[in-house]
Write a protein of this length. Sequence first.
Length: 259
Amino acid sequence: MENLYSKLQDHKPLVLNLANMVTPQHVADAINVIGGSPLMTRSIDEVAELVSIAGAVVLNIGTIRADEFALFEAVGQMANAQGKPVVLDPVAVGMPFRGQFVTRLLDSVQVDIIRGNAAEISWFAQQQTAGQGIDALTATTDVAMAQTVAHRTGAIVVASGATDVITDGKQVALVQNNVQLLAVNVGAGDMLSGLIATFAAVTRDYYGAALYATALLGAAGQQATVSAQGLPGRFMPALFDELSVADDAYITRYAEVTQ
């Protein structure tokens, strides 16, 4: 993996989030503690100005409304035109309204990275994986399926689970830290999407950025589990503490990555 922390500290990129309104504080804190600059908006009137100063954008459909499609489309298209990475977090995309929203979005926006759980990623492959709302009912992602999604969409795919799968359709990496407390904290996936966008803002290697961010969260989550003594109420503060002290050496030491 390319060492991206020094680049991040040099650039301190602004990451524009069309955020899931359940989790914006978690996402903003995660981006901030690693050295990025988070910004959220829901106003189409300021899109042109904000995209122009952003290093990357995140499109999270967790709390979308039908009348927000123009906003999501505008942000994605402007980022495409300016060569800035677009990260899609397709929360519960298997539900009909959300699926229709994403289908329309993919017709007009090139998404660079898709980050979701096994059920969400399987939707892009037109396959069925057990899920309920935001939760995948299986923690296992089929690697071949993730590769299929990467080929079909032209995007880097990050499938979160007990083992995280990162692929561009050819290269495949697995992050095997298996942090169970990430699964029980609402917003952990949204945080990962934000972290991925932050690192993608400082490199043209989006596969490397996705792998780096996923390895970081796995390593930090594993260490936070220890310091939180396995208690979910203590986990998030401990996780932010770990993210705040992480660097390239930290990831090398604690991340369990197979390539």
